[in-house]
Design a protein around this ligand. Structure first.
Ligand code: HEM
Length: 144
């Protein structure tokens, strides 16, 4: 469950360095210090907005539902005067958005690994068949 402590904007403004970076998005107060290096859009944009309300900038990018649900992971509280819901989107859960975050760094090789299994058996078998077929034919010609 996301943290619901109440902060004012001036309290958030005290956390504006790359070692301690907070921002506000849609009324959620987020500690994104650990996310800086992971952010696909780069850490500079987050540091530039550190200590501020970054809702407009966040929305302007058109962040995915998975990105919106990631907000819950970094929430440390709520901005004074805001009522925020627990989940932004019903179609993507926090667990799923974590999986999506990971899948960006995983190279899927399932499709590649299935065909070599089949080829490993079939290609030598095909070559052997051709060889014995050829030997039988040439012998038959010799005998004749
Ligand atoms: C805690 C807050 C934020 C989270 C969790 C977050 C997460 C993400 C994620 C997951 C992506 C990959 C694309 C996607 O899934 O939409 C992304 C891309 C990006 N984000 Fe953020 N973001 C945050 C805040 C911001 C802010 C405040 C800005 C300010 C401008 C920003 C700018 C960008 C940019 C420029 C991209 C690259 C878009 C592209 O190359 O298509 N992000 N972000």
């Amino acid at each position: 469950m996301a943290d619901r402590r109440i902060f004012t904007l001036s309290q958030v403004a005290q956390h504006k360095s790359n070692k301690d970076c907070w921002l506000v998005i849609n009324g959620r107060v987020l500690n994104v210090t650990k996310f800086l290096e992971e952010h696909p859009g780069g850490e500079e944009v987050l540091i530039e907005l550190a200590g501020k309300d970054a809702t407009k900038e966040f929305d302007a990018i058109g962040h995915s539902k998975a990105a919106q649900n990631l907000l819950l992971k970094y929430q440390v509280g709520v901005l004074q005067g805001y009522a925020v819901s627990e989940v932004d989107s019903k179609d993507v859960t926090l667990e799923e958005s974590n999986k999506r975050e990971m899948s960006a760094f995983v190279i899927k090789d399932d499709a590649v690994s299935k065909s070599p299994d089949f080829l490993q058996f079939f290609v030598p078998f095909l070559i052997a068949s051709f060889y014995f077929g050829y030997r039988c034919l040439t012998r038959a010609v010799d005998i004749a």
